[in-house]
Design a protein around this ligand. Structure first.
Ligand code: ADP
Ligand code: ZN
Ligand code: ZN
Length: 742
């Protein structure tokens, strides 16, 4: 027998399968996905690799074939099904097989499970006392201390005992060797969920919830596995519906994965699942240590866990009876990986589900155009929930034109209406959220006299003014003191244009001195659980006003919030990006959805400089379908996804000239491959941000309605790049239907 091995070197040149001989001692121990050690290259360097297949016939002279040296120590085998999924990802998203394999291995290195050791006395009381006398007589004090303690209580915790008595491992071992004591150990896997009992709420499902659950049940029991999109406004009870579906799947012996964007993965959300399914639920998140993550995988493998909740990477949980994948907030851009392979969790989930016989349930109040379009085309089934389930009506929304505000003499960041409403809420003891579509003092520093913008010397992006008079580059971290005189025209009108969360906090404290204010942004959530702590403090009404960026839009329910102010609603409209309108609509709708989730009716104030833009109009009207129609028209006109497919070829390198030439060659190559000339080829252009950390960037875009052809072009390009030395000095990555333009 021979094994096909993918070696662990990320290099396009080696992205192929190598055949090795399976030595007799390894026969029967290898499986697809096993991590092995093999001799490689002329020097027979020992490197790691993964088994991807077996064959009985050698691909070339077996005399020259090398044997596998062994199974890697502390390795974590990849499930065979996930190896196949990795191959699919490599084909669809580009990159090497080893990069794809590493994406589907949930935990890279095996970590020791925390062991709980106990020390037990094996001697009877009489014999024990005799030995104690002997130790004392020989002046072996440590041994005597240990034995005396065990005579008091014959079984004790190892860590506790050794620490308390101050005895070393050698002492314990000595007694163990003399047969006086024994060590017992049990593996304990850390359970990340702090347990708390919670009574189940008893209410009736709404007719729409019942319908969604019914459709799923009928299909599921008949063995039909489909992709569903639950298009349900915030608070319509989607989560409750997911839980019913999961219960159905668990009852039939199946397992489920629930993907939730990291920032929405709050204690509150997790507890809802835990309250329903108890210890069968586990979570993964990026704040967990490798050890904690490893433990969760062990719990999965030992069959303790049937429901895994986590962000994008939880999709690769090695369940063997996977029957359902839920993707909450499926429109979130976090579901697209930014590392090669740049896979989308939605598409990859659908592929995994197809291979393993599982259903996929997507949910969102503002579905991605991709998902809604797929429903129109009949590929997904649409399930609508358009009424709020519990208490709370949809909020009243006001759009404030900030240009008019300025003309009328209000130079503040807060409109008159918002100010009055804040006063009103503070007086009534209700809570307020102020949402800013930006991070920190993201505002660039520019000259109001000549328009000069201060840029990073390494990155070609504007520097941001931070507190303390510094200007910082958000791409590479470059810092310099804020300039007060314009380097271009010498005027003194230099300043940060737009407000950040810190500035808003200062202003709010000034205007409403009695108000208790919390701020949530990158700066205040840097510590572990920082994010959670702020949300919890606000939920328990320790503050009146919560000011924050995107982070405050997700997750927690705040029943006492009756006013949401959206400051600079259109900032996200001006990014150089074909999804800008979609992102703006989503953000505004989600932010507005935070108001009035409790008893009182909520109000929302959207402040903008472009009130006539359809993404803002439709968000104010809370009209998703209206937005969808308008945006699809634009995407169709421009040939953007989901109407057509877009392949981005991203190139980075230290030499701008060389990069330019390479980009030109790649484009010419694409023209040759696309014989019929059906693809549109854009660029190579220097992207919006042309240089990062002294590396130049170029992007080439290929558009067309034939997805297979784009994959074909990508495969041919990968070969072309591999064969030509000219590309060696640069990094070339592929991105299918990118979330934003490079
Ligand atoms: P979504 O996930 O769509 O935002 P949730 O499932 O979180 O909605 O539901 C919002 C709130 O309404 C939750 O507190 C939930 O317990 C409650 N809820 C859900 N369904 C019902 C129902 N049929 N009747 C009453 N309350 C409900
Ligand atoms: Zn100037
Ligand atoms: Zn920089």
């Amino acid at each position: 027998m021979y094994a096909d091995i993918i070696v662990d070197i990320t290099h396009e040149k080696l992205d192929k399968v190598f055949q090795y001989v399976i030595p007799p001692e390894l026969e029967g121990t290898l499986r697809v996905g096993t991590e092995v050690i093999v001799p490689f290259g002329r020097g027979n360097k020992e490197i790691h690799g993964y088994v991807t297949g077996f064959s009985e016939k050698p691909g070339y002279d077996p005399e020259k074939m090398k044997p596998i040296l062994g199974v890697a120590k502390d390795s974590v085998a990849i499930e065979a099904k996930l190896v196949a999924l990795a191959a699919w990802m490599k084909e669809h998203y580009g990159g090497t097989m080893i990069q794809a394999l590493k994406t589907v291995i949930p935990i890279k290195k095996q970590e020791k499970a925390k062991e709980k050791k106990r020390v037990c006395l094996l001697l009877g009381e009489e014999e024990g006392k005799r030995q104690l006398d002997r130790f004392l007589h020989k002046n072996q004090k440590a041994r005597a201390r240990l034995l005396a303690a065990l005579l008091d209580q014959p079984e004790q915790d190892y860590d506790f005992l050794t620490k308390k008595l101050n005895v070393t491992r050698t002492v314990v071992r000595a007694l163990e060797e003399q047969g006086m004591i024994a060590l017992k150990s049990e593996k304990v896997f850390r359970n990340p969920i702090r347990q708390k009992e919670k009574a189940r709420q008893l209410w009736e499902f709404t007719a729409q919830q019942q319908h969604a659950i019914h459709v799923f049940r009928e299909d599921y029991s008949r063995g039909l596995r489909k992709t569903y999109l639950i298009y349900g406004i915030t608070g319509s009870g989607k989560t409750e519906v997911y839980m019913e579906m999961i219960a159905e799947v668990l009852e039939s012996g199946g397992q489920a994965i629930v993907l939730i964007p990291e920032i929405a993965l709050t204690y509150q959300t997790v507890m809802r699942f835990y309250g329903r399914f108890g210890g069968r639920v586990s979570i993964l998140n990026s704040r967990m240590s490798p050890g904690e993550r490893y433990d969760q995988m062990e719990r999965v493998k030992s069959g303790e866990v049937d429901v895994m909740i986590g962000p994008r990477s939880a999709l690769f949980t090695p369940f063997s009876r996977l029957r359902l994948i839920v993707i909450d907030e499926e429109h979130e851009s976090a579901y697209k990986s930014e590392q090669t392979p740049r896979y989308h969790a939605r598409e990859t989930a659908i592929e995994r589900a197809k291979r393993e016989g599982a259903s996929v349930v997507l949910g969102s109040a503002t579905p991605s155009l991709e998902a809604f379009y797929a429903c129109e085309c009949g590929r997904f089934q649409l399930l609508k929930l358009n009424t709020r389930a519990g208490e709370g009506e949809l909020p009243e929304v006001y759009v404030e034109d900030m240009r008019k505000e300025l003309k009328e003499g209000n130079r503040s960041i807060i409109s008159d209406r918002l100010e009055k409403l804040i006063e009103h809420r503070l007086a009534g003891g209700e809570q307020i959220m102020l949402f800013l579509n930006r991070r920190g003092y993201a505002g660039f520093v520019s000259c109001r006299s000549c328009g000069y913008v201060v840029k990073c010397p390494h990155c070609d992006v504007s520097l941001s003014a931070h507190k303390g008079g510094r200007m910082v580059c958000h791409y590479c971290g470059h810092e310099e003191p804020q300039v007060t005189v314009c380097p271009s025209c010498g005027s003194q009108y230099m300043g940060g244009f737009r407000a950040g969360t810190q500035q808003i906090e200062e202003l709010v404290k000034q205007k409403f001195p009695g108000a208790r204010v919390l701020r949530m942004d990158m700066d205040t959530t840097r510590t572990k659980d920082g994010h959670e702590k702020i949300l919890e403090a606000f939920a328990s009404e320790e503050a009146d006003i919560l000011i924050g960026t995107q982070m405050i839009v997700k997750g927690h329910d705040f029943p006492n919030v009756t006013l949401v102010g959206i400051l600079a609603a259109d900032m996200s409209l001006y990014s150089n990006d074909y999804r800008a309108a979609e992102r703006t609509f989503q953000l505004l709708t989600q932010a507005a959805g935070r108001a009035g989730r409790g008893k009182g009716r909520g109000e929302v104030v959207i402040q903008t400089y472009s009130p006539e833009h359809y993404s803002i109009e439709m968000a104010a009207a809370q009209d998703y379908e209206g937005f969808y129609a308008a945006e699809m028209e634009y995407r169709g006109l421009m040939g953007y996804p989901p109407v057509e497919q877009l392949l981005a070829v991203l190139m980075t390198g230290p030499d701008e000239k060389m990069l330019e030439t390479a980009a030109k060659y790649l484009k010419e190559f694409a023209v040759r491959v696309d014989k019929k000339g059906v693809l549109q080829k854009i660029g190579p252009a220097s992207p919006y941000v042309a240089k990062v950390s002294d590396m130049y960037r170029r992007a080439l875009y290929l558009k067309g309605s034939d997805g297979r052809l784009l994959i074909e072009v990508k495969n041919r390009m990968e070969q072309y790049i591999e064969m030509n030395k000219g590309f060696q000095e640069m990094r070339i990555q592929f991105d299918f239907n990118p979330m934003n333009v490079f």
